[in-house]
Design a protein around this ligand. Structure first.
Ligand SMILES: C[S@@+](CC[C@H](N)C(=O)[O-])C[C@H]1O[C@@H](n2cnc3c(N)ncnc32)[C@H](O)[C@@H]1O
Ligand SMILES: [Zn+2]
Length: 407
């Protein structure tokens, strides 16, 4: 292979069953503690492999669900690893369009296409993502699947992504701007996502719901509804996989899932409300009388779909996907267990800190809640989190009871 076209040192690594040339990360480290992907001229982050593993499986599952060959795109592709993995590892892919605004990323992605002999299937371009997507907004050019994986927020790309997706298409979104989404900068969240965030112990779930809510309202402007098929929160990012369905009725149905969560910072009580007028802006907590704080508008509908999870797990069992990493498998199985789970979760460490008792084992708390006839389950959002339909006062009472007996 003659063409290289890049002006920086590269190395070829293997991710999944795909070989990719990436910037030689060692070369770009400036010190012992420096994290090279941030310094390299083209983006490749080995820590996002799990995100790509799940994306590969999700795309295969979607392809099985719709049963046709797919046109796929990745508008912010970096070195192209994700899009190239889609082309190499997923069956039933007709074409993959990868794009990046950076000239160096574009050159490296072109090289990677050649490296994998995918010139007939993977097409590379060098544009702004919104311009690239707008070029695919005409009916006959639309994609079946778009994966938006930016630095920070995907919000600037939602409108053009929605317009470039066909009816029944799938949109995957990454958000890494966790400070606004998790309530550190609530006004930034309002600006970017159209909803106020809140710094609670379940802020990662709020983040997923704010992103889904934002997408639902952007899609509704185009008379398009959304249905969330899968979502997860992993380390510093969240991911959302959403079906889009054309039609004013679908848009109206989707908007019925919008609402607010009210939270009491004193006693952990929370309430779900579809209408903030009914909830009241400065509602008093019915348990302790403190003023509750609101987050939203956000998505109160499902964030995991049972049928889609079943297909994901079926695919995971197949020989073709034996290379999918352990972390991706674990996330899928934990998220699967959260189908129809109650909205929000309690973090037992946080409760124990507040009431000044040692933290009991989580399984014990779950057991006690279940024996008291409440739904209680672990959540992938937090290692010490429990999703339950028990009121906060009962959760606290049960935790206190265990602590008193044990310590
Ligand atoms: C997080 S990286 C992408 C990583 C890649 N998706 C992966 O899985 O390895 C974000 C990329 O977006 C590109 N980018 C930033 N702004 C852009 C824009 N307006 N249009 C297209 N690409 C853009 C950057 O050059 C960078 O390569
Ligand atoms: Zn209260």
């Amino acid at each position: 292979m003659e063409y290289i076209g890049v002006d920086f040192p590269i190395e070829v690594i293997r991710e999944g069953i795909t070989n990719v040339a990436i910037p030689k990360l060692e070369f770009f480290k400036r010190g012992l503690w420096d994290y090279a992907p941030a310094q390299a001229p083209v983006f490749y982050n080995p820590r996002m492999r799990t995100c790509r593993d799940i994306a590969v499986l999700a795309l295969q599952s979607y392809q099985k669900l719709v049963g046709r060959d797919l046109n796929v795109s990745e508008p912010l592709a970096g070195c192209g690893v994700r899009g190239i993995r889609f082309a190499r590892e997923v069956e039933g892919i007709r074409s993959v369009y990868i794009n990046d605004i950076s000239e160096r990323a574009y050159q490296l992605a072109k090289y990677n296409v050649l490296l994998n002999n995918l010139e007939d299937k993977v097409f590379v371009s060098n544009d702004d993502a919104n311009l690239f997507l707008s070029r695919h907004a005409a009916t006959k050019n639309r994609f079946d699947f778009i994966d938006i994986d930016p630095f920070g927020s995907p919000a600037p790309y939602l409108d053009s992504a929605i317009r470039a997706l066909r009816d029944g298409g799938l949109l995957a979104l990454t958000a890494t701007d966790m400070a606004p989404l998790c309530g550190v900068y609530p006004r930034v969240a309002l600006r970017k996502y159209g909803g106020v965030s809140l710094r609670t112990e379940y802020c990662h779930e709020i983040a997923v719901r704010l992103l889904a809510g934002c997408l639902a309202s952007v899609a509704a402007r185009h008379n398009i509804g959304i249905k969330v098929l899968f979502s997860h929160s992993t380390r510093h990012y969240i991911r959302l996989y959403t079906l889009v369905e054309y039609g004013a009725k679908k848009a109206d149905e989707a908007l019925k899932n919008m609402g607010y969560i009210l939270h009491c910072f004193k006693c952990f009580h929370r309430e779900i409300h579809q209408d903030i007028m009914l909830a009241g802006h400065n509602s008093k907590c019915p348990e302790c009388g403190s003023i509750m704080r609101a987050t939203g508008p956000l998505w109160l509908g499902g964030i995991v779909d049972e049928n889609f999870c079943r297909i994901l797990e079926e695919n995971l069992e197949r020989e073709n996907f034996s290379h999918i990493g352990h972390e991706a498998r674990k996330i899928i199985s934990m998220v699967r267990d959260e189908i129809n789970a109650p909205i929000t979760y309690y973090v037992i460490d946080k409760i124990c800190d507040k009431i000044g008792i040692p933290t009991p084992p989580l399984r014990e708390v779950i057991l006690r809640l279940s024996s008291a006839n409440y739904r209680a389950l672990r959540t992938h959002f937090h290692a010490k989190g429990v999703k339950t339909d028990a009121p906060a006062s009962t959760v606290i009472e049960i935790i206190r009871g265990i602590a008193e007996r044990q310590f």
